[in-house]
Design a protein around this ligand. Sequence first.
Ligand SMILES: [Zn+2]
Length: 341
Amino acid sequence: MADADRNAAASAGPLEPAPILKRIRWGGTKLGSLLGKDLGEGDDWAESWEVADHGDDQSVVTAGQYAGWSLGRLVAERPRALFGRHATLPDGTPRTQFPLLIKFLDAADTLSVQVHPNDEQAKTYDPSENGKTEAWVIVDAERGASLYAGLKPETDADALRAASEAGSVEDLLHRFEVEAGDCVFIPAGTVHAIGAGIVLAEIQQSSDLTFRLYDWGYRDPQGNPRQIHLDESIACTDFNRGPVDPVSPRPLKGLSERSERLVEGEYFVIDRHTASAAFPLPSDDRFRVLMTLSGSATLLCERDSIELPTGKTVLIPADCKPLTVEPAAGGVTLLESYLPS
Ligand SMILES: [Zn+2]
């Protein structure tokens, strides 16, 4: 245990990180209209990084004992309070980075077709990077909006390369329409694209390694195509990842009226609570990230309480006592993400 940790005996309670907003050409304005983010001018607000410890992208705590601290500083100076049982990696070395990157995305336009490397592949491209397994939970979808996930059966590297060059990659992708509440799990190596008209929550390994396979013929305002990483994409594609469909949630007993497990993977677990009556959040020596997907609630803590309007994300350190979620009239839907085991 670090000396600094020993001095900080009392839990600081849940942390409220400031969102980091990103403008990208495919973004829109729904991060503001649906999720309450404070957007400026413009209609290309694409991503809100809610919990981030990735290079210069650092979540900063907005209130309480750690106001002004970056997530990276908390990892370095308060590892035991933040991570609890996960303060060291399975091989015994101290954890030096917050392992999850958590975002809201507004895809007003279609994103490029892409693939992410796994941990082993990532290190060959950038020793400081991680692989990227991710999951999406749809917050809002326009009628007919679609996702692309996984390849059609029997697609091999030659077929994918030829299709990328011919501009016909879409023919090889599994496509399906989505609605609010759908969850899709995208392990590293799964070819994917997010279609236009979708707002989603994204839970992923902390990584920014993306290889673009196909860009739908997009040209920037100067008329230039964006770079395609064809060799890297093909090298990182898992050709056994055939059609990927939304997950089937598994009911969880004894929490809220309706608690479900959406994802239980090597890198993260995602549960969803849909509630109109108060329910407890356990304290079991690990951090949790809560995102309010719809409705609102109050998070009752030891000393005070935190409002959870739609679009709000809080990081609950491992040393927090058990908490209570008190939904407002009309109920709340919360997404809870944490590390497995
Ligand atoms: Zn992705």
